[in-house]
Ligand binder design. Structure first.
Ligand code: ZN
Ligand code: MN
Length: 508
């Protein structure tokens, strides 16, 4: 049986969140209004005699994403007309870029592999069609929204790799704040070209799949209308299985467009391509070509933020976060900034505390693992829980990094135990009050006074003879039960380590 290799390339369209549309002064239809056709004008409706004007912000942002993905930036570029007829395209053509894209020849590292980026060009979005029982409704609010199209080489060889690439691309777009790239809202649309080729009978050269000797390539399927990363991964997995099986059974595959059916978790044929569509591209006569000055590129490069992969590496190296926690924190650049502010404040607090010794650097290097664990745990587990439950983002959170750091310092120095800390955090989240004030008001400071804990331990031992007996007979669970009873006796404020120590001593 011959071995078949998946050959996958991606085409990704992303809407830019500029204030105005690509070629007119209409408000960008990025966030669609409740009523249809609310932001349209004679230019984006293609009325005769109207002249387009290119959106400078969209051009700058396309250069930015090109730079972030290690692309070359064209010194000379132009817009072209892509002619086709469809009801959501009022002009009868889309202004796009054909043979001279704004950015090209880039790469993005996924795992240990560079994914080639053939090009990223700038174009305009179409309107939306809504199919109803007796026809279709057209909403042209979105027509003319700036759209960037990224095309990768056919170098992706698994569904997981395709998904990882798309997710990293989304992260970068969000870091640059040029698009929210929400797939469910159609702001990011991922299409995958999937074919299976027989091992040893093809090569990938200059981003093209070429047959070796007189072999014929197997046709590809274009997977479209996918609205989540999970669906993308599953659709590609399904296609790989479907095509492999067909080839092994000697069936002939056809080049076609396939959709994803969420209900049956399978792809289905939408359109069979007999010949390549002829869009009769020609240069847009109403827009002058663009000369991109080196100075503009240098200025834009200087405004690039630290990108997610670099931030991840730095969080692991600088703060000793474990990679899993770091990747959760860097997912959102505002959360990452919040975490950094908390760490910096926390170290400041620790330096100032009489019981913690050493300089700032000494404290970080000696306690880095413990600090990052503390920060990571309370951010990604506890704060996230409150944010999710209330539907807030870290930017809306009432807890300042200063207060969050003060809160962590209470835990770090054993002034409160875990249980009390959760209560304090809940109150901080609701009111934005300072943690020490809450601790004092609610009398939540940890009881570390051995005498008080010993009293409680004695009382619990006397009143629970059965559990004591069970523990002595080797039942570990009884010990946990006794610890719980002492904790209850001290109203949840005792230092658990002290309880353990005292109980162990008394029961030995
Ligand atoms: Zn308009
Ligand atoms: Mn396109």
């Amino acid at each position: 049986m011959p071995k078949y290799v998946p050959v996958i390339g991606m085409e990704i369209h992303v809407e830019l969140k500029t204030r105005s549309k690509m070629f007119c002064f209409c408000e960008n239809g990025y966030e669609l209004k409740e009523k249809p056709n609310q932001n349209i004008c004679p230019v984006c409706m293609g009325h005769p005699g109207m002249l387009p004007v290119a959106n400078v912000q969209a051009i700058d942002w396309t250069i930015m994403i090109g730079l972030a993905l290690n692309c070359e930036i064209a010194k000379f570029t132009k817009f072209d007309r892509k002619n086709y007829f469809y009801p959501d395209l009022p002009k009868g053509y889309q202004i796009s870029q054909y043979d001279q894209p704004l950015t090209f020849n880039g790469r993005l590292t996924i795992g240990n592999k560079d994914i080639d980026i053939i090009r990223i060009h700038l174009e305009e979005d179409t309107g939306n069609l809504k199919h109803v029982s007796d026809g279709a409704l057209v909403d042209l609010s979105r027509a003319g929204t700036p759209l960037i199209e990224l095309v990768t080489g056919p170098c992706i060889d698994s569904a997981k790799e395709a998904r990882d690439f798309c997710q990293e691309y989304q992260r970068i777009l969000r870091y640059l704040e040029i698009s929210d790239a929400d797939m469910e809202k159609g702001q990011m649309r991922c299409e995958a070209n999937v074919s299976l080729q027989e091992e040893g009978k093809f090569v990938i050269e200059n981003n093209e799949v070429k047959p070796l000797f007189d072999n014929e390539l197997n046709p590809k399927a274009e997977l479209k209308n996918i609205n989540s990363f999970r669906a993308l991964e599953r659709a590609i997995e399904y296609e790989i299985k479907r095509q492999t099986k067909a080839l092994e059974n000697g069936e002939k595959l056809v080049q076609e467009t396939r959709g994803w059916d969420e209900n049956t978790q399978s792809t289905f044929s939408q359109r069979v391509k007999e010949t390549a569509a002829d869009y009769r591209y020609f240069p847009e006569p109403d827009l002058p070509p663009l000369i991109i000055e080196d100075e503009l590129v240098a200025n834009l490069r200087a405004t690039l933020p630290e990108l997610p992969q670099a931030k991840l590496k730095r969080f692991v190296a600088q703060y000793q976060f474990d990679p899993e926690t770091a990747s959760i924190i860097i997912e959102d650049k505002h959360l990452a900034a919040y975490a950094e502010a908390v760490i910096s404040e926390l170290v400041g607090w620790l330096v100032a505390l009489p019981e913690v010794e050493g300089s700032e650097e000494e404290i970080i290097s000696a306690n880095g693992k413990k600090l990052s664990k503390l920060v990571g745990n309370w951010l990604t587990t506890h704060l996230f829980k409150h944010l999710n439950e209330s539907g807030q983002k870290v930017g809306d959170c009432k807890i300042t990094p200063e207060n969050f750091a003060e809160f962590l310092s209470l835990i770090y120095t054993n002034k409160v135990n875990n249980l009390a800390a959760q209560q304090i955090l809940e109150e901080m989240f609701a009111t934005g009050k300072a943690p020490t004030d809450i601790m004092e008001e609610k009398n939540l400071a940890q009881v570390d006074d051995t005498e008080a804990i010993e009293k409680a331990v004695d009382a619990v031992i006397t009143s629970n003879p059965k559990a004591v007996e069970d523990f002595k007979a080797g039942k570990e669970a009884s010990f946990k039960f006794l610890v719980g009873q002492v904790m209850k006796e001290t109203k949840g404020k005792a230092n658990p380590a002290s309880i353990n120590e005292l109980l162990n001593k008394k029961l030995a």
